[in-house]
Design a protein around this ligand. Structure first.
Ligand SMILES: *Cc1c(COP(=O)(O)O)cnc(C)c1O
Length: 399
C-alpha cells in the first residue's frame, strides 16, 4: 500500500516495518509520558510562540538560502545552500535542543541528560541548559572525550557535567547506554534529549518535527527566489538523519522533488571501514528502534567508520530506513577522500568552509544528474571550524 503521507508514523511509531519502541520495561513510564504529551505540547500556541521566538533571537533563524553561483556554474545547474552552518553553535542540532528543552519544562522536568559522540549534540544541549538554568549531564565515551577535547571544554564552560562512559568501546553506543541507565534511575525529574531522529518512538517523530523548520523555510525562500516552492532535488548528509529529516520533511509528500540522502562510505563500501548503513545494513534493533543497522551474521553491531565523527553511526533513523525501502529517497555514499575534496571546492568557490559531515552532501553534486534548468538545494548542516585539525592533517587530499 502506498502511504498517503511519509511524514507521520503510526500511533505506535512505525514507518512501514521500521520504528516502534523496543525498550526495557523500567523505561516504559518515561517514554510513555513523553509519547502521551509531545503532540499536545508541540501544538500549544504558547509553546510555538516561545519556540519560534528562540529560533529567531537565540538560534538566528531563518537561516539564509544562498544561491551558490560559482558552484552552479561548475555543475551546470542551479544550486542553493541552506545555511544551517549559521545557526548558533554552528550546526542544525540546536533547532532540536531548543525545542526539547521547552518540552522538558512543560513536562515539569528540572534535569537534562544527553548522550554525545563527537560532542556536537552535547554542546547544543549544554547551550540550551545554560539558557534555561537547567542542570545538564552529558554522557560521553572516554575515548571520545580524549578525541574531542575542545567540545568537552565547551560543555564544561557552559556549566554542564560531562560524565565519561568507560565500558565497551568507550564511544557513542556506551554513552547512550549510560544515559538510558541514568533515565531509568531518575524517571520523575529528568528529560533525556536525544540528538537525532533515532531512539524509541516518539523521538524520531519529535526530532523530525523540531527540525522541519528547515524545509518550512526552504519552501518560502524558494518561492521568493525561483518562483516555485518546489526544487527538483534536496540533498542532505545522513548520520542518524536529523538534518536530512528536517530538510526533507515538507517535501516528503511532493513526489516531484527528488530526495537525496548521502551516507559516509569511509574508506569504501566493501573496505570494512564504512558507515553506509542503507547499503550494508539489515533490519535490526538499535537504541530502542527497529531500523537498518550494520551488523554481523550473529546480529552483533559492527563498528562503523567515517573520518567524519558526526556520520559514524551504525544505524539510520527509522524514517530514513523506510524512505530507502520505499525508494522515496535515493541513497548515495561518499568516501572520505571525495568528501575532503568537496571541502576545498566549497571553501574556494563559495567562501564557505563546510563541516566534514556536510561535505558528503556537497560531494554528491557530481552524481545527481541535475540539468541546467533544475534547482538543487543542499542542506549545509554545519560549519567546518570544528574540523580544522582534520583538514590540516589531510591537507594533501584537500589540495
Ligand atoms: C551531527 C551532525 C550531522 C549528523 O547528524 P544527523 O542527525 O544525521 O543530521 C551532520 N552534520 C553536522 C554538521 C553535524 O554536526
Amino acid at each position: 500500500m502506498t502511504p498517503t503521507t511519509y511524514k507521520e508514523p503510526t500511533a505506535r511509531g512505525y514507518y512501514g516495518q521500521f520504528g516502534g519502541a523496543f525498550i526495557p520495561e523500567m523505561l516504559y513510564p518515561n517514554v510513555e509520558e513523553l509519547r502521551d504529551n509531545y503532540l499536545t505540547i508541540l501544538a500549544d500556541p504558547e509553546f510555538q510562540r516561545e519556540y519560534q521566538q528562540l529560533l529567531r533571537d537565540f538560534v538566528g533563524r531563518p537561516t539564509p538560502l544562498f544561491e551558490a553561483k560559482r558552484l552552479s556554474k561548475k555543475y551546470n545547474t542551479r544550486i542553493f545552500l541552506k545555511r544551517e552552518d549559521l545557526c548558533h553553535t554552528g550546526a542544525h542540532k540546536v533547532n532540536n535542543t531548543v525545542g526539547q528543552i521547552l518540552l522538558a519544562q512543560r513536562l515539569g522536568k528540572t534535569r537534562i541528560i544527553a548522550e554525545t559522540g563527537a560532542g556536537q549534540h552535547g554542546v547544543a544541549t549544554a547551550t540550551v541548559c545554560a539558557l534555561m538554568g537547567m542542570e545538564c549531564i552529558v554522557y560521553m565515551g572516554s575515548v571520545d572525550m580524549e578525541r574531542q577535547r575542545p567540545n568537552v571544554e565547551r560543555m564544561r564552560l557552559l556549566g554542564a557535567e560531562v560524565r565519561p562512559a568507560t565500558s565497551g568501546s568507550q564511544t557513542l553506543k556506551d554513552a547512550t547506554n549510560e544515559a538510558i541507565r541514568d533515565w531509568i534511575s531518575n524517571p520523575v525529574d529528568t528529560h533525556y534529549i536525544i540528538g537525532s531522529v533515532v531512539g524509541p518512538h516518539p523521538y524520531p517523530d519529535l526530532v523530525a518535527r523540531l527540525q522541519s523548520i528547515i524545509s518550512e523555510e526552504m519552501r518560502k525562500q524558494l518561492l521568493e527566489k525561483t518562483g516555485s516552492e518546489l526544487p527538483q532535488y534536496v540533498v542532505a548528509c545522513v548520520g542518524g538523519g536529523s538534518n536530512a529529516a528536517g530538510a526533507f520533511y515538507h517535501f516528503l509528500d511532493e513526489p516531484s522533488v527528488q530526495l537525496i540522502a548521502v551516507e559516509a562510505a569511509g574508506h569504501g563500501i566493501t573496505s570494512g571501514h564504512s558507515a553506509a548503513t542503507s547499503v550494508l545494513g539489515k533490519p535490526g534493533i538499535i537504541h530502542g528502534s527497529r531500523t537498518l543497522l550494520m551488523q554481523d551474521e550473529d546480529g552483533q553491531i559492527t563498528e562503523p567508520y567515517s573520518l567524519s565523527a558526526g556520520l559514524d553511526y551504525p544505524g539510520i533513523g527509522p524514517l530514513h530506513a523506510y524512505l530507502a525501502a520505499e525508494g522515496r529517497a535515493r541513497f548515495i555514499s561518499i568516501e572520505d577522500e571525495t568528501a575532503l575534496r568537496a571541502v576545498a571546492e566549497c571553501s574556494r568557490l563559495e567562501g564557505i568552509i563546510p563541516a566534514l559531515e556536510t561535505a558528503h552532501a556537497l560531494a554528491a553534486l557530481g552524481e545527481l544528474g541535475a540539468g541546467p534548468n533544475d534547482v538543487v538545494v543542499i542542506n549545509l548542516s554545519g560549519r567546518g571550524d570544528k574540523d580544522l585539525e582534520t583538514y590540516m592533517k589531510y591537507a594533501d587530499s584537500i589540495k
